[in-house]
Design a binder for this molecule. Structure first.
Ligand code: CDP
Ligand code: MG
Length: 833
């Protein structure tokens, strides 16, 4: 026991030593991250009028002169031919018709909430109205307007658009600032930035000195950062009575915000869209000769409505494409789908049919429909890139003379962005594959056709925005309508929803705010990194506070994994975790992988936990698939099976045989590629934290030590742990909280009759009628003793007894060997390797 306590102490010492080495990287309040991750906290968002101005009177004069200059510049632009055309366009926007009213409400109130349909001109016009009215009254150089956007791409594209509308270059009166990038100058008075940037700024400058207006855009999305920002701004408004706050939303749920800000006035800008014809999955399938029919089935749970695919009329295959769709439809397990409840939605998996069906519809549009751009809403970036690859091999869709295939997602380069807005050459159809970013924050003018997969996932690796990885989830009715609306902006349009009507009916009205639907652990870490007061007290002032229990659970969890100390202060591990935008357990596993020099397999494990299960089991080839999977088993670990499969694929890929390898082994090529991409992202993030040198190879000296990898997986997933009870011909599992539990059916451990380890660590628990464990790895006593965190606190004697006894444990030579190897490893680090 003493020895293990010592090893743990070494580990903590290692982290603190690293932290001293990376002081600047960890000290968030100074805002300086390490070299290539500068967020420029030392500089303010706006320049001071004249740093050297000696007296107030001199300063005022400078401001007045500059304001006059701004006014004459704008007048000249508006009188030019191009400028007046632009003004004419702006005047045609619904927001412009309300200009005077908007300005008057803002001038009379500290907080105003403005809602209006996407494209009505909120983002591009309202900040300009304010700037223009200040310029008009010769106060232009004294006002500083910040407009926050939930994503970096919108901050960048909107600022560029607004500068263009004003006949200026970006960085003159209009600028932007996002993490690692920005464009602003001495005369910038309207700044578009991400919500994360403003949060960071508030840390260094609680009063937002010099800022006159804060506009928070897209509040209907109810992102965690926006809700978080509103808590801080609400407090700030009390101390800065002259500061104006404008909230903008694309939906009409303004009342909630109004009552949060003590009955602040709300305004609505009416918009206009053309009719959009809507096709749900059943309508689309009919085109291929299939019908989706419901039938009732009696099963263990009582009567359930199930779905069946029938060939509607036996007819000859119409085309190659029809047969592809047919195969795809068969792969989708319709039997498992039953409508009416939210949970049942999770059984309906559009991913199975998605790609082939999308290809079919796109091809149909290109060959038979009128001109107009197509917008395809996909789940996330990995799906978009895979689909793009698939479409590029298609004879029609991959032909650059007929189709301009573009992608739109949060982290794209600005040159790529511009293409989305441009009109293609005559005869070429623009197809944009997008995440939900094009739902409200980006407007593509010429869209006539929309395809909607019905799910959304935002994977953001922006550490400052600290959004955890989200799994694909169903969108809300409101989102689905927003997506549909994108098709009717310039003329009547068509929308293809890739799910049945009844699935749509089961969608919730609005999406739950992120703060209520995502684990709070990451948010709690962020609150702490901003050096705010007690977590629960802070969150109790949110627009919709999370349950007290959820907050307590999150804090308790963070304490157990060692990210917070007893007084709820960030530990060194906690500080590193705030830099990794993912669930803390995954972040912790990565950090441990780097420290224990077994980074490579751990990268795969963590990436694997963030993507869809790559092991495929087609219904009609179940046996073959099972047989193929067994070559990866043998370690009593789903995580290690994945590592083996990935390594095999990577080797095959080197010899250009990646596709065959996946095909032969029933692996999803898509998932393998997604894992590959995530691994690269993770390495960049780790380099940013300073834990991994530029040469990541040095972190792999121990990458083949399976015991060590098991230990690191355990430490990351702890306290998710169950004990194994081996019986005569089978084994059973227990966890402390749930008693008897079962393994999820795809686990490699379900193939075993005995598990030669006393413990199983798991990634996730799912309660259906029993509790199921998902993704498990068997571990030995020693690992539990070494890394079992607070298990060792409290009644240590009892625990040792539970673990099989202190002496017995030390007599096992393999355990001693493993302990020594970890120990040597730690020592090497502590000696400053
Ligand atoms: O914020 P909201 O959705 O209300 O609209 P907006 O982003 O201010 O856009 C208003 C109009 O400006 C759109 O309908 C587009 O016609 C136009 N716009 C554009 O042409 N190019 C851009 N990059 C952004 C907007
Ligand atoms: Mg907008």
């Amino acid at each position: 026991f003493t020895t293990f306590t010592r090893v743990k102490a070494h580990f903590e010492e290692y982290l603190s030593q690293k932290s001293r080495m990376n002081k600047s990287c960890l000290d968030l309040s100074s805002g300086r991250s390490n070299s290539n991750c500068s967020i420029g906290m030392d500089e303010g968002l706006f320049e001071q009028p004249e740093p050297l101005a000696s007296s107030k009177a001199v300063m005022e004069k400078i401001v007045w002169q500059r304001s006059l200059q701004m006014r004459s510049q704008q007048q000249a632009w508006q009188e030019s031919a191009e400028g007046s055309r632009m003004l004419e366009f702006r005047r045609s926007l619904p927001a412009y018709k309300k200009k005077e009213e908007i300005l008057s409400v803002i001038s009379r109130n500290q907080v105003v909430i403005i809602s209006g349909e996407t494209g009505c001109g909120k983002t591009t016009q309202i900040p300009q109205f304010i700037l223009e009215s200040e310029i008009e009254s010769v106060r232009g150089a004294a006002c500083n307007i910040i407009c926050t956007q939930p994503r970096r791409i919108s901050a960048m594209s909107v600022s560029e658009r607004v500068a263009f509308e004003r006949g200026e270059k970006l960085g003159e009166s209009v600028g932007y600032k996002v993490r690692l990038e920005g464009m602003k100058g001495r005369d910038t008075h309207l700044l578009f930035c991400t919500t994360g940037i403003l949060l960071r700024r508030l840390l260094a400058d609680r009063k937002l000195k010099g800022v006159t207006h804060v506009i928070v855009d897209e509040i209907h999305e109810r992102g965690m950062n926006e809700d978080f920002l509103l808590i801080i701004l609400k407090e700030l408004l009390l101390h800065r009575p002259e500061l104006k706050l404008i909230l903008m939303s694309a939906t009409l749920d303004a009342e909630l915000f109004s009552s949060y800000f003590n009955g602040a006035p709300t305004m609505f800008i009416p918009g206009f869209t053309y009719h959009v014809r809507t096709h749900f999955l059943e309508n689309i399938l009919e085109m291929t000769g299939y019908r989706l029919t419901p039938y009732n089935q009696i099963d263990d749970y009582g009567q359930e409505k199930m779905w069946k695919m029938n060939r509607q009329v036996p007819r000859k295959r119409k085309s190659q494409i029809a047969s592809v769709v047919e195969d795809a439809i068969r792969a989708a397990d319709f039997k498992d789908y039953s409508p009416h409840t939210q949970e049942s939605l999770s059984c309906w998996n559009p991913d199975c049919i998605g790609f082939n069906l999308i290809e079919y519809i796109l091809c149909n549009i290109c060959e038979n429909e009128r001109p107009g751009a197509v917008l395809v809403f996909m789940t996330g970036w990995d799906d978009i890139s895979c689909l793009k690859e698939k479409l590029l091999t298609h004879t029609v869709l991959g032909d650059p003379n007929r189709v301009l295939l573009l992608t739109c997602h949060g982290s794209m380069a600005s040159s790529e962005q511009r293409l989305i807005f441009e009109e293609p050459e005559a005869g070429v159809r623009k197809i944009v594959l997008t995440t939900n970013i094009a739902e409200t924050s980006i407007t593509i003018n010429d869209v006539v056709f929309v395809l909607d997969c019905g799910k959304a996932k935002e994977t953001s690796y922006d550490a400052l925005n600290n959004t955890p990885c989200l799994l694909p989830t169903w969108i809300s009715k409101v989102s689905s309508q927003q997506r549909r609306g994108r098709a009717g902006r310039v003329q009547p349009g068509e929308c293809y929803h890739l799910y049945p009507r009844c699935v749509y009916d089961a969608f919730s009205e609005y999406q739950l705010p992120e703060i209520l639907r995502t684990p709070l652990q990451s948010l709690c870490l962020q609150i702490k990194s901003l050096r705010l007061e007690s977590i629960s007290e802070f969150l109790s002032r949110a627009l919709q506070s999370p349950e007290i229990l959820a907050v307590q659970n999150a804090i308790e969890y963070l304490k157990i994994i060692g990210a917070l100390d007893e007084k709820e202060n960030l530990t060194i591990l906690g500080r590193y975790l705030t830099m990794l935008p993912m669930e803390p357990k995954l972040g912790k596993m990565l950090i441990l992988g780097a420290i224990f020099n077994c980074l490579d397999p751990i990268l795969t494990v963590v990436a694997g936990l963030s993507v869809r299960d790559p092991f495929l089991t087609p219904l009609d080839k179940k046996d073959l698939a099972e047989a193929a999977k067994s070559q990866f088993c043998g370690e009593y670990s789903d995580h290690l099976a994945l590592v083996r499969a990935y390594d095999g694929w990577k080797d095959a890929e080197m010899d250009m045989g990646g596709y065959e390898y996946c095909w032969k082994n029933f692996l999803s090529l898509q998932s393998m590629k997604a894992i590959d991409a995530l691994r690269r992202e993770f390495i960049c993030l780790l380099k940013d934290t300073g834990l991994v040198d530029s040469n990541a190879a040095s972190c792999n000296a121990w990458s083949s030590d399976l015991n060590l990898i098991r230990a690191v997986i355990f430490y990351g997933l702890y306290p998710g742990i169950g004990s194994v009870v081996n019986n005569e011909k089978s084994f059973s599992l227990k966890t402390m909280e749930d008693g008897q539990v079962l393994l999820y059916s795809n686990s490699v451990n379900t193939r075993e009759t005995k598990i030669p380890y006393p413990w199983l660590v798991f990634n996730e628990k799912i309660k259906v009628n029993s509790v199921f464990l998902r993704d498990s790895t068997a571990v030995s006593d020693s690992v539990v003793l070494l890394f079992g965190g607070s298990l060792l606190k409290g009644d240590a004697d009892n625990h040792l007894k539970m673990l099989g006894g202190y002496l017995e444990f030390f007599m096992d030579p393999s355990v001693v060997e493993m302990y020594q190897s970890i120990r040597r490893e730690l020592d090497a680090f502590i000696q400053g390797k």
